[in-house]
Every structure is written in C-alpha cells, then in structure tokens.
Design a protein around this ligand. Structure first.
Ligand code: URA
Length: 270
C-alpha cells in the first residue's frame, strides 16, 4: 500500500467505491476460495506472456448471465406459487439464492406491517438502516414517510410496507434490470396475498418496475393508475416521489402532500 495515503484518504476512497460500512473486525475477500487462497504478487513478471485469444468469451459470459437470470426468475415464480401466506412467502424469499444481492446484504428485508392492509406502500430497495434491522423504511426516508402518513391521519401500523428488492444493493447503487426481474415475482405475490384496496408507489424506479414502463416519476405521479394482478384484480395505484428524493429536494414536498391527500381521499372511499 502506498505509504503516502493517509487513513482519511483511504476511507474516502472506499466511500466513493460504495463501501460504506463494515460487517466485521477482520477484513476478508468475499469471492476468495476458502481453500488454496492465492497470494497476489505485486511484482511485475519479467516475461509477460503473450495475450491468449479470448474469442467468444465475453459473449458467452453475457449469455450465461442472461440464462442464469431467466432461470432465477422462473424459480422465483415457482416458489411464489407455493406461498399461500405472507409468512410462508417470507420464509421462501429468505431461503432464495437466485439474486446475488443477497451475498452482500446483511438481512433479507421482506415486507412488513398489516397483512390485511387497505394501503400497500412500495419503495425501491432497503438502505443501510433497513439492511441492519431487516425492516423496510426505518431510516431517515422511513421517518419522513411516517410523518407524511401521520399528517393525513394514516398510521404506519395500518399499512403494509415493502420494496421491489428485498436485499440492499451495495452502496445503494441502482439495481440492475436483472436483479429487479428476479425479485419482481416476490413483490407481485405480496400484492396478491395482502390484497390491498390501494397501492402507493414511492419513486420512479419502483413505479417503472411494477407498472413495466419507462415514464419519469414527474409524469407518473399524482394521477390514478392501475395494476392488474395475475388473478385479474385491478388495483388503483398512485405513484409519488420517494421520501429520499424529498429529503434532498424539499421544494417538491408540496406535490407529495397533494399525492398524500389524494391517497387518503381514496382510502376513505374504499
Ligand atoms: N428506501 C427504500 O426505497 N426502501 C427502504 O426500505 C428504505 C429506503
């Protein structure tokens, strides 16, 4: 290691790379083989071997990844068919190994709250606080969400709150399309089992995933949309800004307030 680097610089470098917390006192390499660990030499070899022809390797890797994603989606859908209750589904999701996000996450953050809720709220993915506790929306975004709900007379305990992804993407990076596709069956099954009157989606990424469109949240928010379950039930959906976005852009809170009032009005009429 370069001796001129100080600890502050090293930590900043880690943060930039998305490593923002430790999970143990001893460092370890997640991908390193348990046996026969190789020591990587920092010395430059005297004779550099000529590059081997790699031919089709990159395309093969892409295909393998796509195939793995397709079969993980299929597994997820099959598992969902077996789950007749929220508790059973939670157990199946916790035991599911088809999404690599699970490797870096501390906990599976499954939906939480009233299993018979009229209002189901959907966020994007757990953050650091949720990853530690295993409960969705408990960090700063969650606290703002709770205040917004309370302001229109809705208690958090009345709702069921979940995310598109049950595992935190490292460093809160944007989830890939493959990760979303693999986890979507679990979200859809939660919707079927809770069977809410209204769905409120928080943020563009979650809205795009569930509604399967690419519209920006600025266009989607504030109007009643519809989600159709596999069983054919049509559920009114209202998309709004993600609380994390509102924490950074307080000027948009007025629109989010309008959305909350709209949601509450529908809830009262349902
Ligand atoms: N942001 C989300 O989208 N979900 C959480 O659970 C927390 C923060």
């Amino acid at each position: 290691m370069n001796e001129n680097l100080n600890v502050k610089e090293i930590l900043e470098w880690y943060l930039t790379a998305g490593v923002d917390e430790t999970c143990g006192d001893e460092p370890f390499a997640l991908r390193q083989e348990k046996t026969d660990a190789k020591v990587i030499s920092t010395q430059i070899p005297k004779q550099i071997e000529p590059l081997k022809k790699i031919e089709e390797t990159p395309r093969l890797a892409t295909t393998e990844l796509a195939q793995a994603t397709v079969s993980a989606c299929q597994n997820a859908r099959e598992l969902c068919k077996k789950a007749e209750t929220i508790a059973a589904l939670k157990e199946l999701v916790e035991g599911f190994d088809g999404c690599s996000l699970k490797l870096t996450a501390n906990k599976t953050v499954f939906g939480y709250g009233n299993e018979h809720a009229k209002l189901l709220l959907i966020g994007e993915a757990p953050g650091a606080d949720e990853d530690r506790s295993g409960i969705p929306f408990v960090g700063r975004s969650g606290q703002l969400l709770e205040k917004m709900l309370n302001a229109v007379g809705v208690k958090r305990e009345e709702c069921f709150i979940t995310n598109v992804l049950p595992w935190r993407p490292p460093g809160n990076r944007t989830p890939t399309e493959g990760e979303i596709a693999v986890c979507l069956p679990f979200l859809k099954r939660q919707i079927e089992l809770v069977n809410p009157e209204i769905i409120m989606i928080l943020g563009g990424s979650a809205a795009n995933a569930l509604l399967d469109n690419g519209e920006p949240i600025s266009k989607l928010r504030g109007k009643w949309l519809e989600y159709k379950t596999q069983e054919g039930k049509k559920i009114p959906v209202l998309a709004s800004f993600h609380p994390a976005y509102l924490l950074r852009n307080s000027g948009q809170k007025a629109k989010a307030w309008v959305d909350m009032l709209r949601m509450k009005q529908k809830l009262c009429n349902s």
